[in-house]
Design a protein around this ligand. Structure first.
Ligand code: R5P
Length: 286
């Protein structure tokens, strides 16, 4: 009997079965119900006593709720798994929410990721794909139980297969942490630009202009798409946008597609989720 039980939460149903196959574990879906007043109820439909349980949850909006509902879901599920006697309880969160809020910019602002780290202590391990580090240097600084799953290898292989010879561009100083290793794996050059953000929609990117046959702009997250759209104004050539997580708020995908080709991983499912994150997750857990 498999000792691992992989439980797909509402934002992990596109990945759960594949991860279970990779880990040779049992798979089931977390039962999630919603009451008319919008409260949710979750139920683990499997005997997990003495088992190693992995909940799979990516934080993005689905029919079953938004990212905040997803948070409540995994907390209820995690604590319930403990009560049911699971031997080990882990969370696989390919895309985790609230990592970007890592300091209080104004007095009184909540530092969301530190609060999240406290309530997530219910999990023995939290596996996160390409976690976003801004002002902190190590994921462990605030999430001691978190394990980073890097997509550098998958992104490099994808670029080799689908793009070929090119130059990599990082839209801001933080992007060097994922652009540099990918460039190194491919043995190609990269350029890092700098970014000033004034609001969600207003971004200014500066740096030297780049002219090449093929240019791949790499970021960790695409949300409004403004970062990549503004970065593209500094480059001339055939443009590709590649990111680990495609959240695509409003018309972001449509707007980016007018400028270049867009590819993201399947941490969040979309029409352009062509980079598979499952193998990298399974490798790290094994
Ligand atoms: C933040 O600096 C991140 O690395 C991304 O550049 C950012 O989250 C992208 O957001 P948007 O698509 O809204 O510009």
């Amino acid at each position: 009997m498999a000792k691992e039980v992989i439980i797909s939460c509402s934002g992990g149903r596109h990945l759960g079965k594949k991860i279970a196959r990779g880990l040779r574990g049992k798979h089931c879906k977390l039962v999630v119900e919603r009451f008319p007043d919008s409260e949710i109820k979750v139920m683990i439909p499997h005997d997990i006593r003495g088992k190693e349980v992995y909940f799979v949850q990516s934080f993005y909006e689905t029919k079953l709720g938004d990212i905040n509902d997803k948070l409540i879901e995994v907390l209820f599920a995690g604590y319930t798994a403990r009560e049911l006697g699971a031997k080990k309880v882990s969370l696989i969160a390919p895309h985790i929410a609230y990592l970007r809020q890592d300091v209080a910019f104004k007095k009184g602002e909540a530092v969301a990721n530190k609060i999240l780290a406290k309530v997530f202590k219910v999990f023995d391990r939290i596996y996160v794909v390409g976690p976003h580090l801004h002002r902190l240097h190590s994921f462990k600084e605030f999430f001691p139980n978190a394990v980073k799953v890097s997509l550098d290898e998958e992104i490099a292989k994808f670029i080799k297969r689908r793009v070929g010879g090119c130059i990599l561009v990082g839209p801001d100083s933080e992007s060097e942490q994922w652009v540099k290793p990918v460039a190194k794996k491919l043995g190609i050059k990269y350029v890092i630009l700098s970014k000033e953000r004034f609001s969600s929609q207003k971004v200014k990117i500066s740096g030297k202009k780049i002219k090449e046959k093929k240019i791949v702009i790499v970021d960790d997250i695409i949300s409004t798409g403004r970062t990549l759209i503004e970065a593209a104004k500094l480059v001339k050539g055939k443009i590709y946008f590649i990111a680990a997580h495609g959240l695509f708020a409003d018309n972001a995908l449509k707007d980016l597609k007018k400028i270049g080709k867009v590819f993201v991983s399947n941490s969040v499912p979309s029409r352009v989720s062509k980079i598979n994150c499952v193998e990298a997750i399974v490798e790290v857990i094994k």
